[in-house]
Design a protein around this ligand. Sequence first.
Ligand SMILES: [Zn+2]
Ligand SMILES: [Zn+2]
Ligand SMILES: [Zn+2]
Length: 61
Amino acid sequence: MGQTVNLLCATCGGLADGWKCAICGSVAGEHDAGHLHVGSDRYCTVKCAGCQQADVHCSCV
Ligand SMILES: [Zn+2]
Ligand SMILES: [Zn+2]
Ligand SMILES: [Zn+2]
């Protein structure tokens, strides 16, 4: 589970490689819906396979 799911980066549309928190940068093999940061709606999001950043921070485009 997790690694075989076809995820896409929301920024560049490329393949995503797992999950990464856009706030603290913690990496997870599966989406962690309970990983939240107070005061922000950004949390555990897909990790872009191209730049290894959370998709909202993707620098591939
Ligand atoms: Zn990307
Ligand atoms: Zn976090
Ligand atoms: Zn990227």
